[in-house]
Write a protein that binds this ligand. Structure first.
Ligand SMILES: Nc1ncnc2c1ncn2[C@@H]1O[C@H](COP(=O)(O)OP(=O)(O)OP(=O)(O)O)[C@@H](O)[C@H]1O
Ligand SMILES: [Mg+2]
Length: 341
């Protein structure tokens, strides 16, 4: 006994239903079949709709409804299914007036590309500012150095030195960031003692506190296992967090470094009694160059890359980062790291 093959339309519907990307079959300008992914992206009404009302983008429609589109041709669709979404539309002819349409989600790639462009623009801007000061003062010193009184000359030289060091920090942070990003798929292998990390971070930051008189208190639970990590990167992480706690803490207040076991992880905390951070800023703190008060951060020599470096280090360690803050009370940054095997 032979079974009758299903009707072509049913077959087409089943076929595209099996595809993960939004896919449509269009016949004479009308959507004959749309799969689940297409309904999710474009709305439940797409089935049976006029394709012109679904896509609304002349270039795409022309490609789709025009004579025999080349299968390899792709058109970009902007804003379909949400203002930030980007799709590539591929069209293949099935029969006269029939088209198979497949959409590939490019939103993420597009967002990443935009971030890259913004990053280059921001980095150039951050470098240009100290560079302009540097060039200006160097020129003055060269042209009028002899005529300047020793005090003025010393002041100008100090400015040149400060700005050059600022640029150096910025470039070092940029290199660091790209190195950490480059290593994100290779899990770190050192077994790192938290005691050692905290003591080192405390020592490194002693100079940063200067005469602000901040104290650093360390409290590590007894018998804590080492964490799986990259020693240099973890040190950089806590240097950054302690640096922030000291920089944005109240003069004379205490910065606490705490660590305790939490299942197969170690929960570490860096807390300060500083001015805190308003809620709306918290989600953006790990963006590159994001600062709550740019003038103030710059005046203190900040690059605005510290927390972004922290975030990337935590990600490479398969850890977790959270920032809790209460304006006027203080900030606590929690970093959870896996224990070493
Ligand atoms: N402990 C904290 N208390 C209050 N504000 C903070 C704290 N930590 C960070 N911030 C805010 O978050 C911003 C971003 O911090 P981040 O460490 O990324 O940059 P930065 O400190 O300005 O410069 P640097 O790259 O030199 O560390 C800071 O400019 C500051 O406004
Ligand atoms: Mg910082």
């Amino acid at each position: 006994m032979s079974t009758r093959p299903p009707d072509g339309r049913i077959l087409a519907r089943r076929l595209i239903e099996a595809l993960p990307e939004p896919s449509l079959i269009v016949a004479d300008g009308r959507v004959l079949a749309a799969n689940g992914a297409a309904r999710a992206a474009l709305g439940d009404h797409v089935d049976n709709s006029d394709i012109r009302l679904v896509l609304r983008q002349p270039a795409a429609l022309e490609r789709l409804l025009g004579d025999a589109p080349a299968a390899a041709d792709e058109v970009e669709l902007v804003g379909l299914g949400g203002p930030e979404r980007r799709w590539m539309m591929a069209v293949a002819p099935l029969a006269v007036g029939w088209r198979f349409v497949r959409l590939t989600d490019r939103s993420e790639a597009h967002a990443a590309e935009r971030m890259r462009v913004d990053f280059v623009a921001n980095a150039s801007h951050e470098l240009r500012t100290p560079l302009a000061t540097l060039v200006g003062y160097a020129e003055t010193l060269r042209a009028e150095g002899e005529a300047l009184d020793p005090e003025t000359r010393a002041r100008f030289t100090a400015i040149v030195d400060d700005e050059a060091r600022r640029m150096q920090r910025l470039v070092e942070d940029l290199i660091s960031l790209s190195r950490i990003e480059g290593e994100r798929f290779s899990p770190p292998t050192d077994a790192v003692e938290i005691d050692w990390l905290f003591e080192e971070a405390k020592r490194n930051c002693a100079t940063a506190a200067g005469d602000r008189g901040c104290r650093v208190e360390i409290s590590v639970a007894a018998g804590l296992h080492p964490v799986a990590g990259d020693r240099a990167q973890l040190l950089q992480l806590y240097d950054n967090l302690v640096g922030n706690a000291l920089r944005y803490g109240k003069p004379g207040s205490t910065v606490r470094l705490e660590a305790a076991a939490d299942g197969a992880t170690v929960r570490t905390r860096v807390s300060d009694e500083g001015e805190g951070i308003a809620k709306e800023h918290i989600p953006r703190l790990t963006e590159r160059f994001y600062r709550v008060d740019a003038g103030r951060s710059r005046a203190q020599g900040g690059t605005g890359l510290g927390l972004s470096i922290v975030k990337h280090i935590v990600e490479r360690h398969r850890g977790r980062l959270s920032i809790d803050s209460e304006p006027g009370v203080g900030t606590t940054v929690t970093v959870i790291l896996p224990v070493a095997a």
